[in-house]
Design a protein around this ligand. Structure first.
Ligand code: ZN
Ligand code: ZN
Length: 419
């Protein structure tokens, strides 16, 4: 037996309805905002991620799946969604008309230490908006994110938000932060020592408790913001108020990627972060395109489903409807014909494919959650009268052969309307 690779997980049929519900919510809400889907390859040139995510990040340093293909090219499985989308948007000139707004649902790959809730393959619903530096760009994206989370059923939503400034104000801030970090160098963790040299802002993202404690007294970006960044942030918050999005400011929120500028955010339901992102005004240029301000978010679907379940949110399952049970072998053909008629008018139906006994067919129908079973035997075929059994209480309805499928459908619908 070959097993599933460490750190990965199968999505099994019994859970598939949850995934379908999340994807349906994503498709419904993005359509309301006129945002279209994009699909990019699972692997890209590794350079794309080195140039976008940044070489000071854990993702690029420790977690990326990098391999050489047979042509000697250095490739990588995408460790996040944004870089590939930006690459495609630039390569296909999708920024000729702005704004350009896209969403994606895809797997992302990181070589992480497997632990609860962390997988080496996980799936993301993400959106990227290209083209505007106006504060309404963030507000529009965040309204869409909020609507999506509400559609799933989250109702204790709060937005954690911060600004990390632009290149100009961050240069000043980095100087101050470097000086601070030099003073606490013997107390911070090894990763932070390394980050302090390459990209000091990333230290604030450290998960080590002793580091977190030290950074509480670190200089804050808010004291270094240039007037434009201050103004922008104020306008974003004002727009959030107008859109009815509840938020709280967190000065230590920096997010794990190098390409963010100005606004960064996380949507939380209670204490649980379920969706995050920010503005990235320089990434298009960094990847060889024209200067194009952007905002985007990513939402881990596994984590979202787990969070929804701890909140008691239920995902609707598609239950099958009618099982046609054959009493004898000669009735199987009639069963096949009945289910075909039912499917034609939109009723999900199945019949026995295993040659089971009638009793075993009923047991199967019950386990599969069929609410109705129609039994077909010699007597039924000769009299052209069938019996539809309601599994919940065993009550029966007589159905004639002439309009069998329609009559089954109306019986089912009548029953559904009453319950
Ligand atoms: Zn600035
Ligand atoms: Zn640290």
């Amino acid at each position: 037996m070959v097993n599933v690779p460490k750190g990965t997980k199968d999505m099994l049929p019994r859970e598939s309805h949850k995934w379908q519900a999340v994807e349906a919510a994503a498709k419904k809400i993005t359509a309301l905002y006129n945002v279209k889907q994009i699909r990019t390859p699972v692997f890209e040139h590794a350079e794309l991620f080195l140039r976008s995510i940044g070489d000071s990040t854990d993702i690029v340093n420790k977690e990326m799946y990098i391999f050489e293909d047979k042509g000697g090219r250095k490739m990588a499985l995408r460790p996040e969604g944004t870089a590939g989308v930006v690459r495609s948007v630039l390569e296909n000139n999708l920024c000729e008309t702005l704004p350009q707004k896209v969403f994606y649902i895809e797997g992302v790959y990181r070589y992480e230490q497997p632990q609860a809730g962390r997988y080496r393959e996980h799936h993301q619903f993400g959106a990227e908006f290209f083209g505007s530096e106006l504060p309404c760009f963030e507000v529009e994206l965040l309204s869409m994110a909020r609507d999506f989370l509400k559609e799933i059923g989250f109702n204790d939503l709060r937005l954690r938000i911060n600004t990390i400034g632009c290149n100009e104000c961050r240069a000043e801030y980095n100087k101050a932060l470097r000086a601070f970090l030099a003073g606490v160098n013997d107390k911070i963790c090894g990763d932070c020592k390394r980050r302090a040299e390459i990209n000091p802002l990333r230290t604030l993202d450290c998960k080590v408790p002793s580091c977190k404690e030290i950074y509480k007294s670190a200089p804050q970006i808010s004291d270094f913001l240039c007037d434009n960044c201050k103004q922008h942030h104020k306008q974003v918050l004002k727009g959030l108020d107008a859109a009815g999005i509840q938020y709280f400011e967190d000065k230590n929120l920096v997010r794990g990627l190098d390409y963010y500028t100005r606004t960064v955010f996380e949507f939380c339901d209670g204490d649980l972060a379920v969706l995050g992102g920010g503005r990235y005004d320089n990434l298009c240029e960094q990847l060889g395109g024209k200067h194009t301000p952007c905002v985007g978010f990513g939402c881990g679907i596994e984590r979202l489903i787990a969070a929804a379940e701890t909140r008691g949110i239920e995902f609707a399952d598609n239950t099958p409807y009618v099982f046609a049970a054959a009493q004898c072998d000669s009735a199987r053909e009639t069963c096949a014909d009945i289910v075909a008629q039912l499917r034609n008018i939109g009723v999900s139906a199945e019949y026995d494919l295993m040659g089971k006994s009638l009793k075993a067919q009923f047991r199967y129908a019950d386990r599969q959650g069929f609410p109705y079973v129609i039994t077909v035997g010699e007597a039924e075929m000769q009299s052209d009268k069938y019996t539809l059994k309601r599994m919940a209480d065993g009550s029966t309805t007589a159905i004639g052969a002439a309009r069998l499928a329609q009559d089954v459908k109306s019986a089912v619908e009548k029953d559904r309307a009453q319950s």
